[in-house]
Design a binder for this molecule. Structure first.
Ligand code: AMP
Length: 280
């Protein structure tokens, strides 16, 4: 595996892959890698000739009050993990490599970025669309792999790719979970023992809401009320949202039709957790 920090070196690597007419799979990450990230890497290496992983804690997608400074950075362990998977290039740029002095163009995200995460994290998706488009331009992947874990993010990137004629096949891959059901996340390492147990509230609440709908409940307001109550009963400290939405537009469903997506964002201690589930 080749590890590189500079755009110039990345461009050389990409050019030589393209010269051999090999396909490129791309997995963008912020590092602190876990089995969720590695599952995306495995999808890529099984479907593409070469796999490029980026590790970049993107400052423009964090709000001033968020955890940019304390976001976990575990580069050596990340590279060690990637060595056990079929990865060809790891791109680890500094912030100034991606945002040099004078940088000022931002990608305005699609409408679907306004609700849910967009309401609670202003500027977040603008930072995401900007860095993802830049990385797509640099890596020129045939296929890019994103996790269902960040459901709205993946929908936003899909829509951006359509709207801006980006010639990349964006694929959404399943959520990888801990044995308890907790969705794997780099932020889970912030949780202590008691908090980790309370964090299971998200997964359990998704299962409960799925059961309600599968048993025939079609009133979205009833399901959403039950989700909020369940999260509180199971010990989360606060809830940003707990909703039933259309899987494409993410508009809330007063009357539930299938498929639907259940989405939750909640805080346990100072850690903000998200999870979701598709009901079909
Ligand atoms: P992040 O490093 O958190 O920006 O995540 C990088 C990519 O990994 C994103 O596309 C995430 O959706 C995906 N990802 C994160 N956690 C998981 C998980 N538990 N299962 C599957 N994909 C994940």
């Amino acid at each position: 595996v080749e590890v590189m920090n500079e755009i110039a070196l990345l461009r050389e690597s990409i050019a030589s892959i393209k010269h051999r007419s090999e396909t490129i799979g791309f997995v963008p990450t912020m590092g602190a890698l876990h089995d969720g990230h590695l599952s995306l890497v495995d999808y890529s290496s099984s479907q593409c000739d070469k796999t490029v992983v980026s590790i970049f804690v993107n400052p423009t997608q964090f709000s001033p009050n968020e955890d940019l400074a304390k976001y976990p950075r575990t580069l050596q362990q990340d590279i060690e993990k990637l060595r056990h998977h079929s990865v060809d290039v790891v791109f680890v740029p500094d912030a100034t490599e991606i945002y040099p002095p004078g940088f000022s163009t931002m990608v305005s995200p699609p409408t679907v970025a306004r609700c849910l995460e967009g309401e609670h994290r202003s500027e977040h998706f603008q930072g995401v669309t900007t860095v993802v488009l830049k990385l797509f331009n640099l890596v020129q992947p045939d296929i890019a792999y994103f996790g269902q874990k960040d459901y709205q993010q993946t929908i936003v990137v899909l829509q951006m790719a359509v709207d801006l004629d980006v010639n990349v096949d964006v694929r959404m891959c399943p959520i990888i979970r801990e044995p308890s059901g907790l969705a794997m996340s780099s932020r889970n390492r912030y949780l202590d023992g008691d908090q980790r147990q309370r964090a299971d509230a998200l997964y359990k609440t998704l299962a409960l809401a799925d059961n309600l709908i599968t048993d025939g409940q079609r009133d979205g307001r009833v399901v959403m009320a039950e989700m909020n109550q369940s999260l509180i009963d199971l010990g989360v400290d606060s809830i940003d949202y707990a909703v039933v939405a259309d899987p494409n537009s993410l508009t809330l469903m007063d009357t539930i039709t299938l498929p639907a997506v259940l989405l939750i964002a909640a805080h346990v201690g100072t850690t903000r957790l998200i999870d979701n589930r598709i009901v079909s």
